[in-house]
Each structure stands twice: as C-alpha cells, then as structure tokens.
Ligand binder design. Structure first.
Ligand code: NAD
Length: 361
C-alpha cells in the first residue's frame, strides 16, 4: 500500500491517499473533535477502529487517520472479508477527556453515515466505549459479550499475530515451533499481553518493554517475561521483534541497529516509510510480516460479530493468517520484492477482481 507523506493542502492529501470521504466531527458541548475517514468501499462498508489519542497537531491526527483507513482497505481485502476500509480518530487524552456524552455524540456522527462506516475499539477506546456508541447507532462492533457482542477483539488479534510469527519462523527456520526462540514484545497493552501469554505457553523466551513501568512489572511477573528498557530493545540479540505499541518504529535508524531476523507485530503502520524501509529490510535479509496481514484477527473478530459467526469459525478465519502470511512471503521471494509490496499486490488484485464482479450482472 503506497503511503504518501503529508502535504500542505488537505484536498491534495485526500487525492494522494485516494479517499472516498472524510468527515470532520466537531461538538463544542461535549468537547468532541474527531475525524472519520472512509477510504474504499468496493468490497463492502468501510470497517475501521476508533482511536483516541492526544495528537500534537490536527495535521498529525489527519495524517494518522488517512494512513490507518487506507491500510484497513488492504487488511480487509487480504483477510478475505467483504468490507472496505475506514478509520476514525478522536483527538484527546483518553484518560482525562473521555466521557459518556462525548462517545455518544461520536456515535451520532457514525449514525449519520447510514452504515457506510462501522467501527470498533483501538488504542484509547474500550468495549465500554463501544457500548456508548451502540446506544446511538447499530454500526459498531466489539461491544461487550454481556450485550451480545464479541467483546474485546485484542486476544483474537494476538492469536493472528502469533500465527503470523509462526509463518515467518517456518520460512526462516524450516519449522514453525516457537519453543526455544526469543521474541521482544514492545508494548504490552491489550494485544501485547495476550501475545506474551501465547508465546510463553509455547516456552518462548520473551522480552517485554512498555512506557508504563507498573504494567511492565506486572506482566513480567505474571508470565515470566524479562522486562527491558525501551531504549535498549534494539541491542537485544533475539530472533523476533514484535512491535505492539504504536506505528513507525521501523525506520532508517532502527533498521541499522536491529539484530532480529524477523519483525512481526500488531502495531499498525510499523514502517515509517513503506517503500523505503520495506526495501531496506529486504536488502538486509530481515523478514518483515506486513502488519495489516498479521494483525487482522481483531477485525476478523468484529466481522464475525456482524455476520453472526460462531467462535469456532472466528478462530478458523484467524488461523488462516498463517497461510495468508506464507503466501505473502512466497510472492516476495519469487519476485524479489519487499513483503509489503507482495501483500499490496495480493490485496489490490482481490479489490480489482471484485470491482469487475460488481460492475457486471
Ligand atoms: P493498548 O493501548 O492496549 O496498548 C498499547 C501499549 O503500548 C500500552 O501499554 C502503552 O503503554 C504502550 N506504548 C505506547 N507507546 C509506547 C512506546 N513508545 N514504547 C513502548 N510501549 C509503548 O493498544 P492495543 O489494543 O494493545 O493495540 C496495540 C497496537 O496494535 C496498536 O497499534 C493497534 O492499532 C494495533 N492493533 C490493535 C488491535 C486490537 O484489537 N486491539 C487489532 C489490530 C491492531
């Protein structure tokens, strides 16, 4: 998925990313400032999470939502879902600024899109927030299980990442066993912690790092993972680096330092520049599992909720991430292209094929 750098004009930016629609939501009464970006609806309604984050500038928020929504188009396509790509961001500190009224007002903006956009939780939002949105609109998933929803998608997202890691390990070591391998998990929030559990259950050596020291101590003790400082993770000689915090941690500086042969994690948009850093990783022989391929478990969980699938079917669809990753790695090897370009090719082909189906009787 080609990623564009921000330009000075909002409309130039929308043209460059190829978005269908962007909605700016402002409500002084509740303090809501949000952006909903709808990238592509060829495969179905735009599906994407809602992130709440204290962005430094409104431009940063716009750039984030444009990038995230575009990657959702590719994520849904490669996961075989009949959904398009969208995303939304709420500007603010989720610990201080989030209220029931703010979330419900945001739900009203989603309602006004008449099903063109369906959301779920992400960084800074929770099943409880989805419950508030659900009070205003049906176009939300990831609501608590007690209300008939599928609950927190993070454990399923972690399972998908785990399958993606296994597919990479198979490619590099000939077996997909993680016993005796070592993994650095950066960011041990909802997804990161579940991933640590899956890895430790398979006797993997796990290093963890997070900006939240208290959480690091707790997770370290609970699962027997070794806590390391965030500044030193690229000095560790581990097999796998798993970014599970925020994006852009893979850049020119970190690629020079990194000792791991595999990068596979849940964070969205891990490469600071998809083309430049995808190529750098290819040249350096580091196997990169494109984030949108292996972190699709969360969206598969939400999709299953919408479609009324059983838990068993949800798990099967998530386990398919193993084969999807293997296909990407095979195409990358065959054509000597970066894994991101290989994944993009597979996703774009599906979208183009379905466009043809929809344009004919
Ligand atoms: P979360 O907010 O629960 O956890 C993020 C963790 O990262 C927090 O513990 C935070 O303290 C830590 N963190 C933030 N900045 C950091 C830094 N610079 N260094 C180290 N740690 C840092 O979020 P989550 O739901 O676990 O999601 C993690 C990532 O995975 C995000 O990029 C998200 O978009 C992506 N993702 C999440 C899901 C899901 O279902 N939750 C699905 C797919 C992708």
């Amino acid at each position: 998925m080609p990623v564009q750098q921000p330009t000075d004009s909002i409309f130039n930016q929308l043209d460059a990313f190829g978005h269908k629609k962007v909605v700016f939501c402002s409500d002084p009464d509740t303090g809501l400032k949000a952006i909903i970006a709808i990238h592509d609806t060829t495969l179905g309604p735009a599906f994407g999470s809602t992130r709440m984050w204290a962005y430094k500038t409104e431009g940063d928020a716009l750039n984030d939502v444009l990038r995230l929504s575009k990657s959702m188009t590719y994520k849904c396509a490669i996961a075989g879902l009949n959904m398009g790509g969208g995303y939304s961001v709420i500007i603010g500190d989720s610990r201080k600024d989030k209220t029931e009224a703010l979330m419900r007002k945001f739900g009203r903006f989603i309602k006004n899109l008449n099903g063109e956009f369906i959301t779920s939780e992400d960084v800074g939002t929770s099943p409880r927030d989805m419950e508030y949105i659900r009070m205003e609109t049906q176009h939300v998933t990831g609501i608590p299980e007690s209300l008939g929803g599928s609950g927190d998608p993070a454990p399923i997202a972690a399972k998908g990442v785990f399958m993606g890691i296994k597919a990479c390990v198979k490619e590099q070591f000939g077996s997909d066993s993680l016993t005796g391998k070592s993994v650095i998990v950066q960011g041990i929030g909802h997804v990161g912690e579940s991933l640590v559990k899956l890895l430790r259950d398979e006797n993997t050596k796990v290093y963890i790092s997070d900006i939240n020291d208290e959480r690091t101590r707790q997770v370290s003790k609970k699962y027997g993972a070794e806590a390391v400082s965030n500044n030193s993770i690229f000095d560790i000689d581990a097999d796998i680096y798993s970014p599970c915090a925020l994006g852009a941690t893979i850049n020119t500086e970190t690629i020079k330092k990194i000792k791991c042969g595999i990068i596979a994690g849940s964070a969205n948009n891990q490469l600071q520049d998809e083309q430049v850093h995808g190529e750098m990783l290819l040249d350096k022989g580091i196997l990169f599992a494109p984030d949108y391929v292996i972190n699709a478990g969360g969206i598969i969980n939400c999709y299953s909720e919408l479609m009324g699938f059983s838990k068993k079917r949800t798990m099967q669809l998530t386990e398919n991430i193993y084969d999807a990753t293997r296909n990407v790695l095979k195409l990358s090897k065959l054509e000597n292209i970066s894994t991101t370009n290989a994944a993009n090719k597979i996703a774009e082909k599906r979208i183009a094929d379905i466009k043809k189906v929809k344009s004919t009787y």
